[in-house]
Design a protein around this ligand. Structure first.
Ligand code: NAI
Ligand code: SOE
Length: 380
């Protein structure tokens, strides 16, 4: 069997999730290759060595350039903060490696476009860690849309809410524009932009408001001029969107939503039905069809199992968690490498998501709708 050797760059929060998911992915599905956790790279030899031991990697290094140059490495998996993504990804692509990169693809759209163009020119497989879309309930919603069972997409209402802003820990690199890029819009909002484009197609324009919270606990938002001039990231935002197919959407994101630990949720209306989903009960979704008999109309709950895309268990209710969803994304990535099956979201999809993040942040101060540029590969 073909062997694929992975170099993981960055063994923090997401490095742990990826390490677990690489172990699960080949067991849960036949990938046509074995995936070898070859080397973990982190900032110092001590840290990399400790993390490699804890997370089950064969070896460790503190020099990602040296690791990328190794001929035995097939996949470079980037789990560093986003300010390092471009440099590492371009080096990996230049060395002919397939690249998995955590979201957001980068902090700046011009970097993202360079990455997507380099990957396209080199012909390597790329994928970005917008993991929530791989939840079986969301992938099945996509299937219902593709099969025409829900009809034409009409309206999408999504939110991603967390209470991370209240934490005493300032969240290190995420806390400033220079290192974290954008906060609520780019860090968590990018996930629901990905789900929206996955289900509805491309977003073409947005209108928005974003806010940063004043540092004192009891105080409210900074106004937008103060936010733009400070190094504070956006902590909350709302925006309207128009899709290329005429669909419309609303989005709300916040890092200051008390009691919301990780609420990724959407409602979708289409011409023949509707779906609602909440990550906090991610094994199920609710669906309504307009062709139900008048005395049967309304939402019903569907529990996902192995009949739904990526589902692992015959019996619903056994658990679809963060690791399972990450494993599904690696199954798609590895199959794309081994047998050329299409996989997504790739660098081009993620560069378009970054265009939308930046359009939302521009719209928040422009007081007008902002057009989103077409994705690369489409006339711009
Ligand atoms: P983290 O701060 O927990 O871990 C980052 C790791 O990268 C640290 O171990 C750090 O020492 C290492 N690192 C930093 N610079 C490095 C360099 N130049 N060379 C080698 N190692 C380096 O960060 P976290 O939360 O794991 O985030 C990493 C990426 O994953 C970010 O892009 C973030 O947005 C994304 N993320 C995605 C999630 C998802 O659900 N898809 C969840 C959490 C994070
Ligand atoms: C932010 O708190 C964060 O860690 C994001 O960076 C991830 O992308 C998200 O899935 C979980 O929350």
């Amino acid at each position: 069997m073909k062997e694929l050797r992975v170099a993981l760059i960055g063994g923090g929060f997401m490095g742990k999730a990826h390490s677990l998911a690489y172990a699960v992915a080949p067991i849960a599905a036949n990938l046509g290759a074995s995936v070898i956790k070859e080397v973990l790279v982190d900032a110092t030899p001590e840290l990399a060595g400790r993390l490699a031991g804890e997370l089950g990697w064969n070896s460790s290094s503190a020099d990602w350039r040296e690791v990328i140059a190794r001929p035995d490495i097939d996949i470079v998996d980037i789990c560093t903060p986003p300010q390092f993504h471009e440099e590492i990804a371009l080096a990996a692509i230049a060395a002919g490696k397939h690249v998995f990169c955590e979201k957001p693809i980068t902090n700046r759209v011009e970097e993202a476009v360079r990455m997507a163009e380099a990957a396209r020119a080199a012909g390597v497989v790329t994928q970005v860690g917008f993991n929530y879309r791989h939840t079986p309930a969301i992938a099945y919603t996509k299937q219902l849309l593709e099969e025409g069972r829900l009809g034409v997409p009409l309206q999408f209402r999504a939110s991603y809410l967390q209470e991370t802003g209240f934490a005493a820990d300032p969240n290190r690199w995420r806390a400033t524009k220079a290192t974290g890029g954008s906060g609520a819009v780019g860090d968590i909002g990018s996930h629901i932009i990905d789900i929206a484009e996955y289900l509805f197609g491309d977003i073409v324009k947005v209108a928005a408001r974003a806010r940063a919270k004043r540092p004192t606990p009891e105080a409210g938002w900074l106004d937008d001029t103060e936010r733009i001039d400070s190094d504070l990231i956006d902590d909350g935002a709302v925006w309207l969107a128009e899709f290329s197919n005429g669909g419309i959407g609303t989005f709300a994101v916040s890092s200051f939503a008390s009691g919301r630990m990780n609420r990724v949720a959407f409602e979708l209306d289409a011409s023949l039905g509707a779906v609602e989903f909440d990550w906090n009960s991610r094994e199920e979704f609710r669906v309504s069809y307009t062709d139900e008999a008048p005395d049967q109309r309304g939402f019903r709950t569907v529990h996902t199992n192995d009949k739904h895309p990526g589902g692992m268990w015959r019996i619903a209710g056994l658990g679809t968690g963060y690791v399972e969803v990450s494993a599904i994304q690696f199954q798609k990535f590895v199959r794309a490498i081994v047998s050329g099956e299409p996989t997504a979201p790739d660098f081009e999809d993620a560069a378009h998501i970054q265009e939308i993040v930046e359009a939302v942040l521009e719209a928040t101060v422009s007081d007008s709708w902002v057009d989103v540029p077409a994705r690369i590969g489409v006339a711009r």
